[in-house]
Design a protein around this ligand. Structure first.
Ligand code: FPP
Length: 245
């Protein structure tokens, strides 16, 4: 699939096939209840489970979720290790159910610096869900849009130096194929929980024409009613991709 040209039918379809989510607000959810931040992340995983279960019935074919950003390493060490532990727990407990639901797992981001245990759990989960054809669930892990673009630029320079591609042939499609998201179309809709109206370094290249929908709801409180609301709002949008009306 071509990440650049896909979905560029002006006036586009009313159905969001690919939805990206910034699962924000776990910490505030926990603080409001006097709980540790880890409890917020656990509740965030429950919200993710609900959305993964329900999304295919709403016509969603791909979900890409921001699980751990390149900036999240700056959090206190205990919170980083809790998130890594929760990731492994999630993968180990959820993989059989995901496989049964026809969910294929994928990742974007630089996994090489994740703990070995997380990398091994990811390899197992990806292998055992590889056949899933109902939903592609992509976890963004140690992901940052700028870091991804820099990695792609480095690959491109190496390819040009090796003579595998000529500089004159480099265009947006060639570049997009070097991004972590090369195998999927750009997101149609980006949902952000907890009210902030920014991309926070998520899918910077891919979101050029993505419709944005922000809810005040904190991620752990997010449910199918919110996804339905987002998809209804999306269906009413007029996607022009920079062309005239
Ligand atoms: C933001 O909440 C959320 C994250 C840092 C990551 C999202 C992680 C999860 C939903 C759980 C882990 C996911 C998997 C798949 C294991 P925040 O802590 O920034 O909330 P705040 O802005 O209220 O402090």
């Amino acid at each position: 699939m071509d990440g650049v040209t896909q979905d560029h039918d002006a006036g586009g379809s009313a159905r969001a096939r690919h939805v990206a989510i910034i699962m924000d607000g776990n910490g505030r959810w926990a603080a409001k209840r006097g709980l540790p931040r880890e409890a917020g992340h656990r509740a965030g995983i429950e919200a993710l489970r609900r959305v993964v279960r329900g999304a295919p019935d709403l016509g969603v074919e791909m979900l890409t979720v921001y699980a751990f950003s390149t900036e999240n390493w700056r959090r206190p060490a205990e919170e980083v290790s809790a998130l890594m532990r929760l990731l492994v727990e999630f993968l180990e407990s959820e993989t059989p159910e995901l496989a049964a639901q026809g969910v294929a797992l994928a990742t974007i981001g630089d996994l090489s610096v994740l703990p070995q245990e997380s990398q091994a759990a990811l390899r197992r989960a990806l292998a055992s869900t590889a056949g899933g054809g109902r939903l592609l669930l992509t976890l963004a892990l140690n992901y940052g849009g700028r870091a991804e673009i820099v990695r792609a630029a480095k690959k491109l320079v190496r390819m040009v130096q090796a003579g595998d591609v000529s500089l004159d042939d480099v265009d947006e499609a060639v570049f997009a194929r070097l991004l972590d998201t090369h195998a999927m179309p750009d997101p149609d809709l980006l949902v952000r929980a907890s009210g902030e109206e920014r991309l926070s370094n998520f899918l910077l290249w891919q979101s050029a024409y993505t419709e944005l929908w922000v809810t005040e709801t904190l991620w752990p409180d997010f449910g199918m009613e919110h996804l339905q609301q987002a998809l209804r709002a999306y269906a009413g949008r007029d996607r022009r991709y920079g062309s005239h009306s």
